[in-house]
Design a protein around this ligand. Structure first.
Ligand SMILES: [Zn+2]
Length: 225
């Protein structure tokens, strides 16, 4: 009997996190409560970035095993963000296009269950967000991205690969290669003009700064649209 109870608990860590009341319980919206929230505030709508910004490319690493977990986390390779985030990104991309570049997205809105999964795998909040707080990705307010050459669609040289835990990935790490320095500078400074702040330890991660009131969401991509 004891074994069965333990098995059930271990088998549903996500459910146990969400359903057990705690003192500072994180508010996580499911599809139903999210739909009610966008009726009250249309800015909360998650926008499909591929449709909103036709020029952007997607390379959604968590829809493949090519990510730090080595597991397929998402069933679909899609990118969503809250309406004002999507609009700011569209404007930023117009500026990138003028320079001959375009955005390529690695990850955008991330369902809360993925954050729970990352924590189960890594178990260290220095590298992944704590399920107690969730992340800005869970709020549809953060984007992981890089730049590609608009014509060749080849990625611009950057200091590290995506999701690298190395110190070279830090936004202000020393870069000796002038090409890499140029592309990283253009990426960070252009996005800054449109309200995105680069993460200190990840050159590819950008938080949209006007995100107050956007809740953590737990809706898989296939339930959106
Ligand atoms: Zn990120």
């Amino acid at each position: 009997m004891k074994l069965i109870v333990v098995t059930i608990f271990l088998g549903f860590p996500f459910l146990s996190l969400v359903s057990q009341p705690t003192e500072n319980k994180l508010k996580v919206l499911d599809r139903k409560t999210y739909e009610l929230s966008i009726q009250k505030n249309p800015n909360k709508e998650l926008i499909n970035l591929e449709k909103k910004i036709p020029e952007i490319l997607l390379d959604i690493k968590y829809a493949t095993p090519d990510n730090f977990t080595k597991q397929v986390i998402y069933k679909e390779a899609k990118a969503f963000a809250r309406k004002p985030v999507a609009e700011a990104l569209r404007k930023a991309n117009l500026e990138f296009l003028q320079l001959g570049y375009s955005i390529k997205i690695f990850d955008a809105y991330r369902p809360y269950r993925a954050t729970v999964k990352f924590f189960e795998i890594v178990g260290d909040t220095r590298y992944v967000a704590s399920p107690k707080t969730g992340s800005r990705h869970n709020k549809g307010c953060a984007i992981d991205l890089t730049l590609v050459d608009q014509k060749t669609k080849k990625e611009l040289p950057m200091p590290t690969e995506y999701d690298s835990f190395r110190k070279e990935a830090w936004a202000e790490s020393t870069v000796t290669d002038p090409e890499i320095l140029k592309s990283r500078t253009i990426l960070i400074s252009t996005l800054k003009q449109y309200g995105f702040r680069v993460n200190k330890t990840e050159w590819w991660h950008y938080d949209f700064l006007e995100c107050s009131g956007f809740e953590v969401l737990d809706i898989p991509f296939e339930e959106l649209e």
